[in-house]
Structures are given as C-alpha cells and as structure tokens.
Write a protein that binds this ligand. Structure first.
Ligand code: PGA
Length: 249
C-alpha cells in the first residue's frame, strides 16, 4: 500500500512563492510512489492546480465554510473548492479549534458539507498537553471522533482520513513515541469499529502529524496501523519535504 503524505502549508507562501516552490518540488518529486496531498492557502490553489495538472498529486484546502447559505461574507464554500480542483480539505485542525473557536458541532457540519460537495475530509484530532498529563488522551480522541462523525453513513468513511495530531506536538519539536502513536491509532480504529463496523475500522486511513522532520521521520515510517503522515513546517522547504517523502517510500 502506498503511504499517504499530506503537506499543510498553513498561512505560508503567496501565490508567487508557491509557484517558485512547485517549480523546484515538481522537478524532483516522483509521482505514484506516495499518495501526495498538498493542502495550500486558498490564494495558492489556482496556480498550484495549473502546475500539478496531469501529475498524480491531490490538491487540498485547509478549511471550508460549514454551510452553503448566502450571508457568509469572507467564507469559502465546499462547492467553490470542488470547482477549483480541490479534492481534499482539512477539518478540525487544532489551530482552528483553538484560535477560531471551532467546536465539535461546527466540525461535524463542515465534514457533512465537504462530503456533500464530494470533497474528501482530513479530520484532525489530538489531545492537549493537559489531557496527556492527566491520562485523557484516549478519551479525548474518542470524544472528538464521535462528535465529528455523528450522523455519517459508513460508506462516507471511504472519503475520510483521520489525522492524529497531538496538540502539544504541533510546531513544538516534540513528538510522541512510536508506541504512543500505535496506541492512539488503535484507539481511533476502535472508536470507528464501535460506531460503525469492524470493516470500517480496518479500512479507515489514519495518519500522524506533529513536528515531523527529516531527522525523526524514520520513527514514523513503519508504525503498525499507520497509513501516512501530515507535515506542517517541514513541508515548506521543497528539499526538506522531499527528504521526508523519500523516507516514506
Ligand atoms: P508541524 O505541523 O509539522 O509544523 O508540527 C503539523 C500540523 O499543524 O498539521
């Protein structure tokens, strides 16, 4: 099975910077070796779509509006993303949960809205440091997944990837041990099994994200049950990101 590799540029790179990045990245990246998804800022989607045309690379956005109502000044709908060539969208990233006060109700609505517009969802879940220190990692994951997936049909999970991203690991240089990730992935699959089915639990794709670098990537390349990785800061330099990708092949 090919590994999934997701880049999250966050609020980095103007369209011209994205163009420069892709000129270098695309000249060296070998398609078909991984399932690559580039989650870019809205303003870079159009240039990226043009540049990755005919390549085996998926285009992702980092957010979408939770409804299709007209009175949503400043928002971007799932329909707009789909029509821009976007196939994937991040939902529930911890920065959006914390900074933009996105609660589980909003996250659930965003997922449904994305799926309705035929977008694949990358649902981010993960415990805070306080949760970790009080042994609440697994109960937090359970709560976040159950609330996010409320009301979904089992067949919709085909279009969903769960990204395990401990809040304390994002951008901090700290990472969980392979054993901790393995336990979290097992717990995530268990929730899916209880809420949907054994088959859904086996088939759901789960990736890890948080402070991945070329130095520590070997730790994440062969964790039992893990289907790939989500890379933030280290995806911003094309040569660094390529090193990470190559370690996943
Ligand atoms: P990081 O970010 O790799 O810079 O820690 C990951 C993320 O926020 O998705």
């Amino acid at each position: 099975m090919k590994k999934i590799v997701i880049a999250n540029f966050k609020m980095n790179k103007t369209p011209s910077e994205t163009k420069q990045y892709l000129i270098s990245f695309l000249s060296k990246y070998e398609d078909y070796k991984t399932d690559l998804i580039l989650a870019l800022p809205y303003t870079s989607l159009s240039i990226a779509k043009f540049m990755i045309d005919k390549r085996e690379i998926s285009l992702g956005a980092q957010n979408l509006c939770d409804d299709d109502e007209k009175g949503c000044t400043g928002e971007i709908s799932g329909k707009m993303l789909a029509d821009s060539g976007v196939s994937h969208v991040l939902v529930g990233h911890s920065e959006r949960r914390a900074k933009f006060k996105e609660d589980s109700k909003i996250i659930n609505k965003k997922i449904k809205n994305g799926l309705k517009n035929r977008l694949s969802i990358i649902l981010c879940v993960g415990e805070s440091l306080a949760d970790k220190n009080t042994m609440k990692t697994l109960s937090t994951l359970r709560m976040q997944i159950e609330e996010a997936l409320k009301g979904l049909y089992e067949n919709e999970l085909e279009n969903l990837i769960i990204a395990y991203e401990p809040v304390w690991a994002i951008g901090s240089g700290k990472t969980p041990s392979p054993k901790e990730i393995e336990n979290a992935v097992r717990a995530i699959r268990k929730v899916v099994e209880e809420d949907f089915s054994k088959k859904a639990a086996q088939e759901i794709r789960v990736v890890y994200g948080g402070s991945i670098t070329p130095k520590n990537i070997s730790k994440f390349a062969s964790i039992e049950g893990l289907d790939g990785i989500l890379v933030g800061g280290a995806s911003l330099e094309s040569s660094v990101f390529l090193q990470i990708i190559n370690a996943m092949i």
